[in-house]
Design a protein around this ligand. Structure first.
Ligand code: FAD
Length: 319
């Protein structure tokens, strides 16, 4: 019996996300009295795989050579490993990859899914998880009744815990003969902080009035080393690319700092960012709903406040 955790790598390197997942899986394993096995798919050096032991994995299973980014293949591999390891809980990220894998894996393992979790299970007998519902307006405790459970964890919602252990590494030969797609070419975004990885995010809404005004968002983001985001009408208008849109129908993020400028704070927008550790709202309407969900609020014109903030941060950095 074990808790299995799927650790994604990016060109052979793990990011903080993978360590959050292993830390979370380790705590779940402690709750049900078992150990953690991490699965890594693709070519990752043993030194890098060893790092997973630091966060609590006792065993790392490497499945090499399957870097074709096919989620159906990844699901088949994870299902095989889960059965071989007698996994009772499988932990996956609640990112695009995880959202593609979890339902498929659920069918293959006849496993209930607790999706988009931000904390540890409430209890293990019955196995109960707490999750946000109704776009974050309420929380529900959900009992997962199947023998095997799949948990998808929201990024940046669980702390990385270094335990200082070591893992044994084993190779697994997976049967991927059911691959139905061939990835011929991969073009990766470069030179930009990816929204899901960003510790800080500066975001603009319709209040910025036009694409031409986005310089004030980008300048502040650059000074902070932050990613940039936007509300849905902004990407619908084509002012910003769709991958920047956060909310119910966009990306769900949980950065340490989210600055919302010219954003009214509609429930559908807040659903994507309400797990941010600190929310700062800039709006010229003192009654804008966004202020109800913000830690700090500035009533003012975003076109003046954003450059003033950037200037003040630059000055503070140069001191
Ligand atoms: C099914 C469904 C799903 C949706 N999904 C999403 C989603 O995923 N993400 C999302 O964002 N929306 C989503 N929406 C849309 C959502 O309901 C809101 O319409 C949208 O979030 C509003 O965007 P906004 O705050 O940028 O614009 P507005 O609501 O127009 O607000 C603009 C704000 O800017 C302020 N402002 C104006 N000028 C200035 C200035 N100079 N300085 C400072 N502030 C200024 C105004 O006071 C106002 O509060 C969805 C809607 C539906 C029905």
């Amino acid at each position: 019996m074990s808790v299995l955790v799927y650790t994604e790598n990016w060109d052979g390197v793990f990011k903080k996300l993978s360590f959050e997942l292993v830390s979370y899986a380790t705590k779940v394993a402690e709750m049900i009295g078992t150990s953690v096995t991490a699965v890594s798919i693709g070519d990752v050096a043993d030194d890098e795989l060893n790092r997973l032991g630091t966060f609590g994995a006792l065993k790392v299973i490497k499945v090499e050579g399957n870097t074709n980014l096919d989620n159906q293949v990844y699901t088949s591999i994870l299902a095989e490993v889960a059965k071989a390891e007698d996994a009772k809980v499988v932990v996956i990220s609640h990112n695009n990859t995880g959202k593609a894998i979890a339902p498929r894996l659920s069918v293959k393992l006849n496993a209930a899914v607790g999706a988009g979790l931000i904390k540890l299970p409430v209890s293990t007998n019955p196995f109960t998880v707490s999750k946000k519902v109704f776009s974050g307006k309420a929380k529900a405790n959900v009992v997962l009744k199947t023998d095997v459970k799949i948990l998808t964890l929201s990024q940046n919602s669980f702390e990385v815990i270094e335990k200082g252990g070591a893992a044994t590494i084993e190779t697994f030969a997976a049967d991927v003969s059911d691959a139905k797609t061939v990835v011929k070419d991969v073009q990766k975004q470069t030179g930009k902080i990816l929204l899901n990885d960003a510790e800080m995010v500066v975001s603009g809404g319709r209040g910025l009035k036009s694409a031409d005004n986005w310089g004030v968002i980008e300048d502040l983001a650059e000074v902070l080393g932050a990613g940039t985001a936007c509300s849905r009408p902004v990407s619908d208008e084509g002012w910003r690319p769709h991958e920047e849109h956060t909310g119910q129908t966009g990306k769900i993020i949980a950065p340490n700092l989210y600055i919302a400028a010219g954003i009214s704070g509609a429930i559908q927008h807040m659903a994507g960012i309400s797990s941010s550790k600190c929310i700062v709202a800039i709006n010229n309407d003192a009654d804008a709903p966004v202020f109800e969900s913000s830690d700090y609020g500035i009533v003012g014109d975003a076109m003046k406040v954003l450059p003033a903030l950037a200037e003040a941060i630059k000055e503070a950095k140069n001191k």
